[in-house]
Design a protein around this ligand. Sequence first.
Ligand code: AMP
Length: 138
Amino acid sequence: MTYDSTNIFAKILKGELPCHKVHEDEIALVMMDIFPQSKGHTLIIPKAASRNLLDADPTALAAVMPLVQRVARAAKAATGADGIRLAQFNEAPAGQTVFHLHFHIIPIYEGVALGAHGGGKADDGELAALAKDIAARL
Ligand code: AMP
């Protein structure tokens, strides 16, 4: 499988489509998932082009993981979540729907069931507020 640069995250990285941005640097873009599985569901999207983990450059992986940790900590602090799930899907049978590598940070709240992967769209005002709160704690 080859990388297709018309995927939606590539367009967001190029600024052709909007997002609720949390953070951007030379390594990655961090944004809110607009169909969150829980409050504070955040995505880390490395700028280096790859479909997923399987074809990623190990150097790019090494560069992005410290940011994944920072976002996990910031999302937990901003939401008061009880735990954080890190998820990452490779190819459609494994649940991948957008074919540009990304990491999910999914806050977990004790006693609260997770929503469906790719479920309903969240309120834009709430997403904007969460993006700001998480950014402030990065
Ligand atoms: P995956 O199934 O790992 O490929 O995850 C793709 C994720 O991207 C899903 O959780 C979707 O809810 C999310 N998503 C899809 N389109 C957008 C978008 N335009 N902005 C933010 N998140 C999106």
